[in-house]
Ligand binder design. Structure first.
Ligand SMILES: C[S@@+](CC[C@H](N)C(=O)[O-])C[C@H]1O[C@@H](n2cnc3c(N)ncnc32)[C@H](O)[C@@H]1O
Length: 302
């Protein structure tokens, strides 16, 4: 299947290639196929950087902006006096910054985990890969992305993944800029857990209460481990168990706010397929065909 490229005009071509896990040639082809005026966008990117630095520190000198950006003195002066009108596009070309082009947009809905995680990284993590995953498992999230440097799991499946207990038993805090959590969302009693394919692979909870408690403690842990303004990405899903609806996603959201997080965004991962029940079962509510990726920011006050 052709890989959907999420192009970021704010980073270099090489960084776009690494971010999308494709070759530089694929990014150049994307730019060409989409008629993107890369030269103009590159100048525009530098202009935005100069303006941002100036906005954040009104008293900063031109020399200090020059040092921070690596641009020449004259270019800094020029950009400080420019406005957006100065950046004309070549005829028949578009800008990668053009948000009226749906291809350039990070969207709330996707059927690809990679696309959602890339979008989150782009919007909320300066285009960087995530630093720590507390439920790494097999790392399927990172099939098309750089994996986090710090990998943990309650039941590690390989040597490069550390046991979660290791970090639970310390009182370290403020370690990571970004944390990812993806807890199981299945509830299976002992007997069905033994026979269920998914619950054997990723493990499941024996009761809904156990699921809630695990979410509580992982939110607390993420809060402790994140630096102030650090980003938490948590995947969650509502469930139907024993013919009862449990709105787990609402619970996770409220609990995160209570813990001291601020909700920045919500993404919906639409399932491509699902294991189906044998025929003959009557349907009483809509089959859950999606999960959520919530993006939270740690605030410095509770
Ligand atoms: C759905 S899997 C994560 C899959 C992973 N995102 C990937 O890309 O492969 C859920 C993980 O949560 C871990 N887990 C199960 N129960 C847990 C608990 N109570 N607290 C923390 N982690 C738990 C499991 O070991 C499992 O690896």
């Amino acid at each position: 299947m052709k890989k959907e490229i999420v192009y970021n005009p704010q980073i270099s071509i090489a960084d776009n290639a690494s971010f999308n896990q494709v070759s530089v040639a694929s990014i150049l082809k994307y730019i060409k196929d989409n008629n993107i005026d890369r030269r103009r966008d590159e100048m525009f990117r530098r202009y935005l950087l100069v303006k941002k630095i100036k906005k954040e520190n009104k008293n900063i000198s031109i020399r200090d902006i020059k040092k921070k950006t690596g641009l020449s003195y004259n270019t800094v002066v020029k950009y400080l006096n420019f406005d957006e009108e100065n950046f004309k596009l070549k005829e028949n070309k578009i800008s990668g910054f053009d948000m009226s082009n749906s291809k350039n947009l990070v969207k709330t809905v996707s059927s690809s985990v990679s696309e959602i995680l890339r979008g989150i990284a782009l919007l909320y993590n300066n285009g960087n890969s995530f630093e720590c995953d507390l439920t790494f498992s097999k790392g399927l999230f990172y099939k098309n992305l750089d994996p986090p440097k710090f990998k943990y799991d309650k039941y590690p499946l390989s040597e490069n993944v550390k046991p979660l207990d290791e970090i639970l038993e310390t009182d370290s805090s403020d370690l990571f800029n970004s944390v990812v959590i993806d807890l199981p969302f299945l509830v299976k009693d002992e007997k069905s857990a033994i026979t269920s394919i998914i619950s054997r692979r990723f493990t499941s909870f024996r009761s809904v209460q156990e699921l809630y408690t695990a979410n509580d403690s992982m939110l607390q842990l993420a809060y402790r481990l994140l630096v102030c303004r650090g980003i938490l990405v948590i995947r969650t899903m509502d469930i139907n168990y024993n013919s009862k609806q449990y709105w787990i996603s609402d619970y996770v959201c409220n609990k995160a706010l209570e813990t001291g997080f601020e909700l920045l965004d919500k993404f919906i991962l639409v399932s491509k397929s699902k294991l189906l029940s044998p025929s003959g079962f009557a349907q009483h509510c809509a089959r859950k065909w999606h999960s959520y990726f919530f993006v939270f920011k740690k605030n410095n006050h509770r």
